[in-house]
Write a protein that binds this ligand. Structure first.
Ligand code: ADP
Length: 451
């Protein structure tokens, strides 16, 4: 049984996890770096521990400090949130070895899915359709690389097996560039992810990003709880997400969902997870799996009548899926509000001097920010997630539009003007935009400002 959960994260997700714990009657331990002592979840938690200085390497990524904090506070479980150590198999194993429950899948599953080459191989074996390409480690020899890329067909995308967060990927359109691009990406991957292994995929020209949310319990049951469309991306980072994906047949999603469920059973998956796909010309192709809660989980919650974070905690306590899952209805759209320059996308840290959060019917706001909160420069710049939901996409859109227009943030710059422009933009309003939509519609200005 779990009594006390240490939340090994910060920002909105720390508060989100804290609330789920509280609703389930669980005690909470917040951890924070010296740059985050002012945060509301630190004050709200039953216990709070400063685990180090501002830099993430010496605080939120310090495995030893986190486990020591759990021991000192009597926490019997650790929820990793997203980012930081959430997909680190070594951390999950260390937590388990310390006699503490890790809220997430078993370390072996994290390890397999964290290596994108192994993940693709596992999915191919489970009968999940994948993006065509070279799903093994790329060789060094130029001649071999050229032969592989020619066989896959240009343009191709070179990807790091250990990559994440939209980094470690490069598109190659011409045979003359393949060897240099592979060498460059390999060096970057070695430095950024500690893993130089690369693979290669066909670069799809106008796919949508569609993902399936799954849950699996300790009794061998797995299920899928809806799909999300995350095609609006800036430099491979999601900006707006929605559920369900507009214009995709419920039957096609159900078939894909069933394949994901089977894959969960094949790999012995446990907890919440997301299978990510590219979708083009009616075909789904797997790109990767995330073995944690996603930033965009609220759109599933609002349309599926489920609390996914509570589900993670309940699964960890041995509850069966049938008592947890809900049922899909309605539409939800999430906007990520970032402290950043709307023109360039560069972070804009600082102190929030004034804050007006939106509200009203069909509006959900997930945020840890209040007037006076510091947005430190050391971490990601997400300050709030605003979700509009309703019976139809149109209703969700209107509610989100009104909510974002009502919001006021002073002290830092935000992407609110940009989000409003997207919501007013005809192609987005009509739905079914692809992953290049953002750069095509708003990218020219962005390049200008990036000088
Ligand atoms: P990460 O783990 O860094 O998020 P993903 O493999 O999930 O990397 O890819 C992130 C994004 O990059 C996708 O949502 C898509 O926009 C783009 N992308 C990845 N693979 C391809 C591909 N084969 N063709 C076109 N775009 C791709």
């Amino acid at each position: 049984m779990v009594n006390t959960v240490l939340i090994a994260n910060r920002g909105e997700i720390a508060l989100r996890v804290l609330r789920a714990c509280r609703q389930l009657g669980l005690k909470t331990v917040a951890i924070y770096s010296e740059a985050d002592q002012d945060k509301n979840y630190v004050a709200l938690a039953d216990q709070a521990v400063c685990i180090g200085p501002a830099g993430a390497a010496r605080s939120y990524l310090d495995q030893r400090a986190l486990i020591a904090a759990a021991r000192a506070t009597g926490a019997d479980a650790i929820h990793p949130g997203y980012g930081f150590l959430s997909e680190n198999a070594e951390f999950a194993q260390r937590v388990i070895d310390a006699g503490i429950q890790f809220i997430g899948p078993r370390p072996e599953a994290i390890r397999t899915m964290g290596d994108k080459i192994r993940a693709k191989q596992a999915m191919l074996a489970a009968g999940v359709p994948c993006v065509p390409g070279w799903s093994q480690e790329l060789p060094e020899s130029t001649a071999e690389l050229q032969a592989i890329a020619r066989q896959v067909g240009y343009p191709v995308i070179v990807k790091a097996a250990g990559g994440g967060g939209g980094r470690g990927m490069r598109v190659v359109t011409d045979e003359a560039e393949i060897a240099d691009t592979v060498a460059l990406t390999r060096e970057e991957a070695r430095q950024a992810f500690g893993n130089p292994a690369l693979y290669l995929e066909k670069y799809l020209s106008r796919p949508r990003h569609i993902e399936i949310q799954v849950l699996a319990d300790t009794h061998g049951n797995a299920t899928w709880v809806g799909a999300r469309d995350c095609s609006v991306q800036r430099r491979h980072q999601k900006v707006l997400e929605e559920a369900p994906p507009p214009g995709v047949s419920a039957q096609a999603l159900a078939e894909l969902g069933a394949r994901c469920v089977k894959a969960c059973q094949d790999i012995g998956y446990l907890g919440a997870g997301t299978f990510e796909f590219l979708y083009e010309d009616g075909i789904f192709a797997f790109i990767e799996m995330n073995t944690r809660i996603q930033v965009e989980h609220p759109v599933t919650e609002m349309t599926w009548g489920i609390d996914l974070v509570a589900a993670q905690l309940r699964i960890a306590q041995g509850e069966r899926l049938e008592t947890i899952v809900g049922d899909g209805t309605g539409h939800a759209i999430e906007a990520r509000v970032n402290a950043e320059d709307p023109a360039t996308g560069r972070p804009s840290p600082g102190k929030i001097t004034a804050w007006r959060a939106p509200g009203g019917s069909g509006v959900r706001v997930d945020t840890h920010i209040e007037a006076g909160t510091m947005v430190p420069p050391y971490y990601d710049s997400l300050i709030a997630k605003v979700i509009g939901f309703g019976r139809t996409r149109q209703e969700a859109l209107v509610r989100l539009r009104c909510a974002l227009a009502e919001m006021r943030v002073e002290g830092v710059r935000t992407n609110l003007p940009l989000l409003l422009r997207i919501l007013d933009d005809e192609p987005f309003r009509e739905g079914e935009v692809d992953i290049h939509y953002f750069e095509t519609r708003f990218g020219a200005k962005e390049a200008q400002h990036a000088e």
